[in-house]
Design a protein around this ligand. Structure first.
Ligand SMILES: [Zn+2]
Length: 81
C-alpha cells in the first residue's frame, strides 16, 4: 500500500504576517468535517488564539461578522465547538 506522498506544508505559510515555527502537524478541523489541517506549531497556536477571540466576541451567532475571513482561520464559521 502506498499513498500519494504530498509534502505537508503549513496552511499559513503564505501569510505575510506568519512565520513558520516548529514542525508541521495535522489536526482535525474544528468544523468536525474530518478534514486534517496542517500547520506549523506557530500556525496552530495562532489558529487557537483566533478561534478563542472569535468566540469571545461572538459567542453564539450564525452570521459571520464582516471582518470574518475564513482564509485566516482555514475553517468555517459557526462551528459547534
Ligand atoms: Zn506556519
Amino acid at each position: 500500500m502506498s499513498q500519494t506522498a504530498e509534502p505537508r506544508q503549513c496552511l499559513d505559510r503564505h501569510k505575510s504576517d506568519h512565520t513558520c515555527q516548529g514542525s508541521v502537524t495535522g489536526q482535525p478541523s474544528r468544523a468536525g468535517t474530518g478534514t486534517i489541517i496542517y500547520r506549523c506549531e506557530a500556525g496552530h497556536a495562532a489558529s487557537e488564539a483566533y478561534a478563542r477571540k472569535v468566540r469571545e466576541r461572538y459567542p453564539d451567532s450564525d452570521t459571520p461578522p464582516g471582518w470574518f475571513d475564513p482564509t485566516v482561520a482555514g475553517e468555517r464559521w459557526n462551528d459547534d465547538y
